[in-house]
Design a protein around this ligand. Structure first.
Ligand code: ZN
Length: 207
């Protein structure tokens, strides 16, 4: 993973998050190939191996039983439209959505993280690859879009994932999961729903 992408990563343990500290064993210019990122708060260390940062093993089966329903020539455009992507934002694409990370990143000039991708995803300064046990290891409010596939995220996992979204950020998840409380559903088809994170409530003061 490229160093500038590591900056946005946070520990997935249940404590207030601060920047992780990277230890680099092998690198190619700005790309860290082997190393660790450590949490200064709880002292957990997450390995970087072959450029991929592991916050957990992720699904063991790679969802092999699922059909390749997301192998779609227009997949990058589709997920880009779902997430209303614009230049300069950061998004996370989980499971099979991950394969579209490089194409979406190139399409509009954004940063895309592929999480537990079902196939090899080529890293770049705009594309990072990581594995995680159904947690999004990102700074709170730092993502403008998250797309989750059908790779076993429970309602609680989806609800927990919204912390990484900025207000107004988009979340796509399978219809088999509940729409979290802080997400307003804006569209739904047979497979996915699309929602937007509600903004913080503003207190109105009367004079
Ligand atoms: Zn920690």
């Amino acid at each position: 993973m490229f160093i500038e992408l590591i900056d946005g990563l946070r520990c997935t343990a249940d404590h207030p998050s601060i920047c992780l500290v990277a230890a680099i064993f092998e690198r190619e210019e700005r790309r860290v190939i082997e190393g660790t990122v450590g949490c200064p708060t709880c002292k957990l260390e997450y390995p970087i191996h072959g450029g991929v940062v592991s916050f957990g093993a992720g699904p063991q089966t790679g969802s092999a039983t699922e059909s390749d329903d997301l192998l779609d020539p227009d997949g990058a455009l589709r997920v880009g439209a779902f997430l209303a992507v614009t230049e300069g934002i950061t998004i996370a694409l989980v499971g099979k959505w991950g394969r579209y990370a490089p194409a979406v990143a190139d399409l509009v000039g954004l940063r895309a993280f592929a999480i537990n991708p079902s196939e090899t995803v080529i890293e770049s300064e705009r594309v990072g690859v990581l594995r995680s046990d159904n947690r999004l290891p990102f700074k709170a409010g730092s993502l403008r879009g998250v797309a989750i596939d059908g790779s076993g995220w429970l309602d609680a996992d989806v609800a927990q994932s919204t912390h990484a979204l900025a207000a107004g950020g988009r979340l796509v998840a399978p219809v088999s999961t509940a729409v979290p409380e802080d997400i307003e559903e804006i569209a739904r088809d047979d497979t996915y729903w699309v929602g937007e994170k509600r903004g913080a409530l503003v207190t109105l003061h009367r004079r």
